[in-house]
Design a protein around this ligand. Structure first.
Ligand code: ATR
Length: 286
């Protein structure tokens, strides 16, 4: 190819993802497709970085002139210690999944929550303002989603978690950001009536335990929006039950694509080629 765009002082644009495990990450296929569709010369590589090596791996971004990286499990929290600056959203969430290198100055972002919300708005509910939302789970994924959700001015967010205390704690911590209430899973029934959107952020229903469901399906109100962050399988038991009740269903596939799309836009300043990215991920899911 002769007309590839070179952005890194004439060198290829260097990108990658650090995690442990990393072998099955779909990010390299997705971002290589994005680079190609945009006409940028560059590479996005998977790096198997173990816990004790993270500090040095991050130093390596500067030394080698990487424009940016994604960080994934188990590094999203620890990596914050090694950055020069952290975006406000990522600071609230307490986790970074995207690093941008501006001439040696590393800034961390979290694109998971905003990626999820962009996907939810494009595929299921265009306007989240004034909606009542029930989120199951209060872990890392839930924090990202709830933070991004609160920016959309919902009427109320209820966080239901197996460990009730962490849901209560999160609701207290973010009370200044909106109307947020914490409860235990057994209290979900008290809050579910009038809910417009139900979101599962837990791993319940993930492969290989694909028949598990995070709530009694009888509790799901008819005709609402039901979303599961899981994308393996694409259709979880919760979504199957919801569909039978006339609900609009939404899975985590778009979240994965859009968290990558935001990262790509931060690194390159160009609009992410969404369709090319989706096709690459679908192909790699097999
Ligand atoms: P993630 O980054 O995927 O959110 P996490 O931070 O470990 O991972 O959070 C996992 C979430 O799934 C938590 O809300 C967890 O509930 P607890 O806080 O009680 O641990 C929830 N979870 C995991 N397994 C679950 C199960 N079998 N039933 C109900 N909730 C579960």
């Amino acid at each position: 190819e002769t007309n590839l765009i070179r952005e890194n002082n004439g060198l290829p644009l260097l990108l990658g993802v650090m995690g442990d495990p990393i072998l099955h990450s779909k990010s390299p296929a997705m971002h290589m497709a994005a680079l190609q569709a945009t006409g940028l010369q560059g590479s996005y590589l998977p790096f198997h970085v173990k816990r004790g090596d993270l500090r040095h791996a991050i130093q390596g971004i500067r030394a080698l002139g990487f424009r940016g990286v994604n960080v994934t499990v188990p590094h999203k929290v620890e990596v914050m210690e090694y950055l020069d600056e952290i975006d406000e959203g990522a600071r609230y969430i307490g986790a970074v999944n995207t690093i941008v290198n501006d001439e040696g100055r590393l800034k961390g972002y979290n694109t998971d929550g905003i990626g999820y919300i962009r996907s939810l708005k494009e595929e299921a509910v265009s306007d989240l303002s004034g909606r009542k939302v029930l989120v199951i789970g209060a872990g890392g994924a839930a924090r990202g989603i709830i933070y991004a959700l609160l920016l959309e001015r919902p009427a109320q967010v209820i966080v239901a978690n197996r460990t009730k205390e962490s849901a209560m704690q999160l609701a207290a911590e973010w009370a200044h950001l909106g109307n947020i209430t914490g409860c235990g899973l057994e209290q979900m029934g008290q809050y579910i009536s009038g809910v417009d959107i139900l979101i599962n952020t837990t791993s319940v229903g993930m492969y290989p335990k694909i028949n598990d469901i995070p709530l009694d399906s009888e509790m799901i109100p008819e005709g609402i929006v039901v979303s599961d962050l899981i994308y393996n399988p694409l259709q979880t038991e919760m979504l199957r039950q919801a569909q039978q009740k006339g609900c609009t269903i939404h899975n985590g596939f778009g979240m994965f694509v859009y968290q990558g799309a935001y990262a790509f836009e931060y690194w390159t300043g160009r609009p992410a080629p969404i369709e090319a990215m989706k096709s690459a991920v679908l192909a790699s899911l097999g």
